[in-house]
Design a binder for this molecule. Structure first.
Ligand code: HEM
Length: 413
């Protein structure tokens, strides 16, 4: 019997039903048969072994900017060549995201952003708790609700809106723009979604510039005021760079944190023994969140571009060739995680790569962790006998490529 060909990047998306059902059948096969696989269709190498993934994401000499990639690297090239007619923001703002820049621009922009964000996150726990409680209050009295739409989707957008300083009167619009702007991350979105994305991105950009102008005139206790304040003190950032990267906090942070919270609720409800452990010892919440990040990582893959001829896992890579690092694959590598397919909230020494690594390591990781710790603990404390509305139904995963989260999570309390 001939075996199925090994999957490439395009088969590692929810559009492939086999991946959607169980990504690990494909990722385990890749890791054991061809851990550094050349994928000619996507024009990239695909890495699934922990050591290779960790090595590549931590290597700060590699490139991220898609402009450095060879022409064969179609996913990176599509990012530069996509035609977004109707996008009104200036070119200098469009190309300013730290997600896609290399040094020196990456460090120049990321350093002041990280400084302002970390300072705010360090004192944001009461705000996060308040927002979590507000959304839990809203489902009070309901016997059944959707833990995604009614909770996990709500908390991250409201937290970032309040940290940025979005006016209360604009919150609904801001929520709608944030959801629309996330469509920019879907390389396979059709024309209709592209139009929603463009409209949302334009509206967000206009609103950010308006907020920046207002905070310059009258600073308040928020992140937009922090950023314009840092520029006034000499941080070398243009308005377009600030605007783009403030929006990047929404785009990089909302869906991913929603998925972390949703995946955690689903995993705990479908592993009653683990939930009982957490209820008996709430001090396990930190390791529980780390285990959800490892076991059901919200982000599948990150990428780098070879800045020199090099070797990865004894495989020769040429300068400008693309490297796709499977974070999901690395996080279940048995060489690092004993019994990798067991969900164990008390797991120790589990250095997962769900937030990537090196120069581009997720800037929002401390915020995401805090939102998940507060959100999950409060959810289970509020509902002592919460359970899945249908314990036998298969989970319904969303169809956004490279992200794994639930469309819906019906629970009864
Ligand atoms: C569970 C939630 C999250 C996950 C799993 C996640 C995952 C990631 C990953 C894998 C990367 C790429 C890292 C690399 O290539 O090495 C990244 C980058 C990034 N994330 Fe997150 N993220 C999350 C939450 C957030 C939040 C809450 C924010 C904002 C407040 C955020 C903002 C960003 C930004 C701006 C980058 C680009 C950083 C750079 O390139 O320098 N993320 N994230």
């Amino acid at each position: 019997m001939t075996k199925d060909p090994l999957p490439g990047v395009f088969q590692l998306t929810p559009l492939n039903p086999a991946f959607n059902d169980n990504p690990h059948l494909l990722l385990d096969r890749l890791r054991s048969e061809c851990p550094v696989r050349r994928d000619d269709e996507a024009g990239t190498f695909l890495l699934t072994r922990y050591a290779d993934v960790r090595g590549v994401v931590s290597d700060t000499t590699l490139w991220r900017d898609p402009a450095h990639a060879e022409d064969a690297a179609v996913i990176q090239k599509a990012l530069i060549e996509q035609k977004l007619d109707g996008m009104t923001m200036p070119q200098e703002e469009l190309g300013a995201s730290i997600l896609l820049l290399d040094d020196p621009d990456h460090a120049r922009i990321r350093t002041p952003f990280a400084k302002a964000l970390y300072k705010r996150v360090a004192r944001a726990r009461p705000l996060v708790q308040q927002i979590v409680d507000e959304w839990l209050d809203k489902v009070k009295g309901r016997a059944r609700f959707d833990a995604m739409a009614d909770f996990a989707l709500r908390v991250p957008i409201d937290v970032i809106a309040r940290m940025l300083g979005v006016d209360n009167g604009r919150l609904d619009e801001f929520r709608a723009w944030s959801e629309g702007a996330i469509l920019g991350l879907d390389p396979f979105r059709g024309e209709e979604k592209t139009q929603i994305y463009i409209r949302s991105a334009n509206a967000l950009s206009d609103y950010m510039r308006q907020l920046m102008a207002e905070r310059r005139r009258a600073p308040q206790d928020d992140l937009v005021s922090d950023m314009v304040g840092l520029v006034a003190e000499g941080a070398p950032l243009s308005d377009g760079e600030i605007s783009n990267n403030l929006q990047g906090l929404l785009i990089g942070g909302n869906l991913t944190t929603t998925d972390l919270i949703g995946n955690a609720i689903w995993l705990l409800l479908s592993h009653p023994g683990e939930l009982a452990k957490l209820r008996a010892d709430p001090g396990l919440i930190n390791s529980a969140v780390e285990e959800v990040l490892r076991y059901e990582s919200p982000v599948d893959i990150t990428s780098r571009i070879a800045s020199r001829d090099m070797e990865v896992g004894a495989c020769p890579i040429k300068r400008s060739q693309s490297l796709f690092a499977s974070l999901r694959g690395a996080n279940r590598d048995p060489a690092v995680f004993p019994e990798p397919h067991r969900f164990d909230i008390a797991r120790k020494d589990a250095p997962h790569v769900a937030f990537g690594g090196g120069a581009h390591i997720c800037i929002g990781a401390p915020l995401a962790r805090m939102e998940a710790q507060v959100g999950i603990l409060s959810f289970f404390q509020r509902f002592a006998s919460v359970h899945l509305a249908d314990a036998h139904a298969a989970p319904q995963w969303r169809s956004m490529p490279f992200f794994r989260g639930l469309k819906e999570l019906l629970v009864e309390v």
